[in-house]
Design a protein around this ligand. Sequence first.
Ligand SMILES: Nc1ncnc2c1ncn2[C@@H]1O[C@H](COP(=O)(O)OP(=O)(O)O)[C@@H](O)[C@H]1O
Ligand SMILES: [Mg+2]
Length: 437
Amino acid sequence: MADERAAKFQNLKTDIHRKLVEQLDMTKLAQNVTEEIREQVRLIVVALCEESNTLLNFSERQRLAREILDETFGLGPLEPLLADPLISDILINGPKQVYIEKGGRLTLTGVKFKDNAHLLHVIDKIVSPLGRRCDEVCPMVDARLKDGSRVNAIIPPLAIDGPSMSIRRFGKDRITWEDYVRFRSCAPEMVEFLRACVHAGLNILIAGGTGSGKTTLLNNLSSFIPDDERIVTIEDAAELQLRQPHVVRLETRPANIEGKGRITIRDLLINALRMRPDRIVVGECRGGETLDMLQAMNTGHEGSMTTIHANTTRDAVQRVETMVMMAGFELSARAIRQQFASAINLIVQAARLTGGPRKIIAITEVQGMEGDVVTMQDIFKFEQDGVNGKGEAYGRMVATGVRPSFLERVQAAGATVNPDWFVGRDLIVESAEQEPT
Ligand SMILES: Nc1ncnc2c1ncn2[C@@H]1O[C@H](COP(=O)(O)OP(=O)(O)O)[C@@H](O)[C@H]1O
Ligand SMILES: [Mg+2]
């Protein structure tokens, strides 16, 4: 019975939408929507919905009107999700499966598209204002919503089970250092330590998995760069929000429809070196640019920062090695490690733990090389003690008792260093019973 009612609802919706399209020139509408037009269309929709009086009750008619308006002016079934600022990701696997991430948890929603064509239409609505297309010729695209959210769409034949779209929300409420402390993502001592390291111009590599909080960390670390330095940022999609006055922001460009004009992170990085930057901040290193970044760090662009995809600090070294080799540079593994060891001073490891909490799980000094091995020492780390009744990881944030060897350099640069930060102890102790943040 419920199914029958739902089907009836859907049919009516299609019906009314068709009538609406007959009455209006939709293409014109999409280009220039004023409040006035919106209101007029709303009245037409409400009138059409009222005609269905006998079939639907009042709240169903209201829902019908809202859904048709979302379809007409917005991104259809996605609108209610986009209106919720607490949703950080919207992941669409074909028309009938829409997941969201909210508060670190991934859940399936009841949101559905009518069919593949409907979902494709919504994808088209997102990418066409940017002069892009998503079709058989170009079955994968990156785009951005008006609010800055990042969108990737990939469609058949590449996506086998129907069009798939991933929306990474651009949080309106950016996470600040106060939030890190409040969420127990790190201890206040760690924030102060990182502030001193950035201020002093150490080269920092942020490592972490997808969605672990790398970009958020990069953004927050960048906030510690002194105001009088010239910063060049390089990203695939501009996410960083630096408040310093002297920032040049660069963004890559995908190939156009003819497959030409692609500008990569590496191209921008090489160009950035000619722009006399004090510091270079690269959103993420994924390929050949990794070696250029290490070289830039080794040749006077101290205080530069980037992120890479790696689950442990050890893995980070391995990843850099692999990326440099895959890019076709004729360098031995040892030579790459040497570049790494001399370029990177500090690795900050981000992680999304079981059940959702995101934490800085290690702040690690890169000390140098011993034989063929990059030597590293954890200064702070997270020790997981278990998983609580809500399925969330909990544990202790620990100062390991190791004093970084670069402390003198940091102090000489005028940054405040407190020796107490490094006294070995638990900085945060979470318990299984503790309320989640
Ligand atoms: N410490 C944190 N606590 C809670 N949420 C966080 C934290 N760091 C990041 N997030 C959220 O996690 C999501 C992924 O973060 P992001 O920095 O984009 O990850 P990555 O760059 O590693 O893919 C975002 O919604 C962000 O707001
Ligand atoms: Mg990121």
